[in-house]
Design a protein around this ligand. Structure first.
Ligand code: ADP
Ligand code: MG
Length: 279
């Protein structure tokens, strides 16, 4: 195969995905039926258990909201899923046969887990379209640098993502000209360019207007099904507007799980949130 043929093959996203999927040991296959399976996770920082025997099970296509007071372990949980922090004990499976605890951060990203941090990190001087293009290139190998032009299917995919994130009309604008909310959507779009199966989103609506919050709720709801989404959120009105299953974390473990109405009327949850200004 010539380098050019290889480069062409690599511009096909599915192909790239196969190429980059970490080798897994079929003997490890576990029959749990979840996309994300966290069990018995514990992490200590200087003797303090930030995560304490945490169990969390997420099905494919779910949009799960994770709430909990400051210090509950929400970010640490995300850090474990993405390989930034190693647990002291427990297991973490992505699908039936990817043992996340055996992979490093880049391998976990390549396996199909994307993470959006709170602060948008778009390239301000580049157009919205080019930001998406660059995010797609980031998922490819060095061979892709040989390709001067985007293929028709690449352009179709960028158009598809532009439509999903509602920024079709802004495609030629520099990202720096977007509103705060639009930048957050662009960054979600940049993650989508890497075609993740599981998307971890940390407090996306901080600093957004009400209108932008509504639009973000719509966007995340529309992505669920096609993707699986874990949303960590402090804003209760926003979580209510999404109206999906909610998990409450407290002191590194699951305190309650259910609909927003169920967890809100749970006595233990009310006690934990009492005096929590943000909620
Ligand atoms: P949340 O995101 O729910 O607010 P975190 O996961 O950030 O909570 O933190 C959980 C607890 O672990 C907090 O008490 C925090 O101070 C502690 N913690 C988190 N990361 C570290 C670290 N790298 N070193 C020491 N303590 C940490
Ligand atoms: Mg946090």
């Amino acid at each position: 195969m010539s380098i050019l043929t290889m480069a062409r093959a690599l511009t096909d996203r599915e192909h790239v995905y196969d190429f980059m999927t970490p080798k897994v040991n079929p003997l490890l296959t576990v029959g749990h039926g979840y996309l994300l399976y966290l069990e018995g996770l514990t992490v200590s920082f200087d003797g303090f258990k930030a995560i304490n025997d945490l169990n969390l099970y997420i099905k494919e296509g779910e949009l799960r909201c994770i709430i909990g007071p400051n210090g509950a372990g929400k970010t640490t949980m995300m850090d474990i899923i993405t390989g930034k922090t190693r647990p002291d004990s427990g297991s973490a499976w992505f699908g039936q046969n990817i043992d996340l605890l055996q992979l490093d951060e880049p391998q976990i990203a390549q396996a199909g887990i994307g993470r959006k941090f709170q602060k948008p990190t778009v390239f301000e001087s580049q157009s919205v379209f080019h930001n998406l293009e660059l995010a797609m290139a980031g998922a490819k190998t060095v061979f892709s640098t040989l390709m001067a032009k985007l293929s028709a299917s690449d352009i179709d995919y960028i158009d598809y993502v532009l439509k999903q994130i509602g920024l079709e009309a802004q495609r030629f604008l520099p990202a720096g000209a977007l509103s705060h909310g639009q930048k957050q959507w662009l960054e979600i779009g940049m993650l989508l360019m890497q075609n993740p199966k599981l998307l971890l989103v940390d407090e996306p609506v901080a600093g957004m207007t009400h209108q932008e919050m509504d639009r973000t709720a719509e966007l995340l709801t529309s992505l669920a099904g096609e993707r699986t989404i874990i949303l960590v959120e402090h804003d209760m009105d926003f979580v209510r507007s999404i109206a999906k299953d909610v998990t409450v974390l407290h002191q590194g473990s699951v305190l309650a799980e259910g609909t927003m109405a169920e967890v809100q009327s749970n006595r233990k949850v009310v006690e934990v949130y009492l005096g929590e200004e943000a909620c």
